[in-house]
Design a binder for this molecule. Structure first.
Ligand code: 4AD
Ligand code: MG
Length: 434
């Protein structure tokens, strides 16, 4: 059989078909219930689930349905039956059934599924479940919503290399590897390459993995994550916060418009909250006061850890920006605030209700001497940043940019326990398989 031309409908089409319509479906047996003379199959395909009913009257189909293990791939043909008892009000009464690929006994017992760690050992199989399926589709929606936003706003999509020679976000989290007979690293951020590209395209964005040798075992750190980054010429620190806010609001609207079914599956029947109001902007100094007033032992000049972010963001019901981080907490490329050189023109967008940082951004140093001085003052070697410095000699305008972690956003929007739930095959300090 030529399966590519066999199918004439998907599961979701069946749900709006009239009684008696002939259909040919392809998919997997997600679950089955065997009664004496009837077998109910939940068939999963690219768009979801539909109920098949195989009656013993169709002997060949009935025998196959009885014998086949769940997750066998099948082709099934029959007629649509309108029935209020069926999920979605339709089922398909099967007359013929073909075995496309027979499955062994499914290895995932309730015990395996109960333990999140063993569940991720079987991620290549557990990703087929309805919950993972819906989460992974929302992840798709976050990326497509971002691409939609940036292309509408005139940003050009570029890609940057994965093999690099020097740190963007500090040496502590660099993955080192052998590049033939030299040392190389895995990229932490595409930002520097974007900065080169703004002198030709003005506004650019990337969607690609970044890598962090991040040993901290928190609910928000992966060693490989999907990074959406944008950079724009002639935009200052305030302007780039407007872009970040616009992006997050657009992603939410995009998901509500295009992923209603998945959202309702995951959010007990509701859609995402849309935010009309402007996101609050508080300074780092104000954030420190809020933390100290909540009994947190933190001094001015320290960066926020996972606990501080949780406590701070628990004070908010909408996303909010924290701005003007101290020089000591931010990478060397940040522009110092001309009106207060102890702080930078930087900001983090924080998700509310304990979720914390989802983006980091700010204005970059665009003047050669100022950047050279800051590289030295950070104890870094200017030779490592040769081309990045050189950009400042050839017409680099004031510019700003930011990076957003896709898994962080998905985790927040869907209230997931851990960022690993928001990715297909998570990479953490303890997980490199499957
Ligand atoms: O805050 P980060 O480190 O900022 C940068 O990399 C900048 N160079 C971005 C830029 O301005 N172009 O990372 C940006 C975002 C964070 O806010 C967070 O959402 C996510 O990337 N992120 C991680 N997500 C999961 N696991 C990790 N280990 C992450 N590290 C950063
Ligand atoms: Mg950050």
């Amino acid at each position: 059989m030529k399966w590519s031309s066999y199918r004439n409908a998907y599961s979701r089409d069946v749900l709006s078909m009239e009684d008696g319509k002939p259909v040919k479906l392809l998919g997997w047996i997600a679950s089955k219930r065997v009664h004496k003379d009837k077998i109910f199959i939940s068939l999963r395909d690219r768009f979801g689930y539909v109920q098949l009913v195989v009656s013993s009257h169709y002997e060949d189909a009935f025998d196959k349905a009885k014998r086949l293990n769940i997750e066998s791939a099948i082709a099934a043909e029959g007629f649509v039956k309108v029935d209020d008892r069926a999920p979605g009000g339709r089922e398909v009464h099967i007359t013929k059934l073909y075995v496309v690929s027979e499955a062994d006994v499914w290895p995932l017992t309730k015990e395996v599924l109960k333990n999140p760690d063993t569940m991720f050992d079987y991620r290549h199989l557990t990703m087929r479940g309805p919950r993972s399926r819906a989460i992974l589709l929302i992840r798709e929606g976050v990326v497509l919503g971002a691409i939609d936003y940036f292309t509408r706003e005139g940003y050009v999509y570029i890609t940057a290399p994965t093999f690099i020679t020097a740190a963007v976000e500090g040496g502590a989290t660099l993955f080192k590897l052998k590049y033939f007979d030299r040392d190389a690293y895995l990229t932490q951020s595409s930002q520097f390459y974007e900065e080169a590209a703004i002198c030709v395209f003005e506004k650019v964005f990337v969607v690609q993995p970044s890598f962090r040798a991040e040993k901290s075992r928190t609910r928000k750190h992966l060693t490989e994550f999907l990074h959406i980054e944008a950079e724009a010429a002639f935009l200052d620190h305030e302007d780039i916060m407007d872009v970040e806010e616009g992006l997050v609001k657009h992603i939410i609207t995009y998901l509500n418009e295009n992923y209603e079914r998945e959202l309702k599956t995951l959010l007990k029947g509701s859609l995402l909250q849309e935010y009309e109001e402007r996101f609050p902007r508080i300074t780092y100094d104000e954030a420190i006061s809020i933390l100290q007033n909540n009994g947190v032992d933190i001094e001015w000049g320290e960066d926020f850890g996972a606990d501080e972010e949780r406590i701070l963001s628990n004070q908010f019901e909408t996303p909010f920006f924290v701005t003007h981080f101290p020089v000591s907490t931010r990478s060397f490329y940040h522009m110092n605030d001309p009106s207060n050189p102890n702080v930078t023109l930087s900001s983090d967008l924080m998700a509310p209700q304990g979720y914390g940082e989802i983006t980091s951004g700010g204005q970059r140093i665009h003047k050669y001497d100022e950047l050279m001085e800051k590289i030295k003052s950070f104890g870094l070697d200017p030779a490592d940043y040769g081309w990045y410095l050189e950009l400042r000699k050839y017409g680099m305008p004031p510019h700003s940019g930011f990076g957003l972690g896709v898994e962080r956003v998905v985790r927040w929007l869907l209230h997931l326990p851990h960022v690993r739930d928001a990715t297909l095959f998570p990479r953490t300090p303890s997980r490199l398989y499957p």
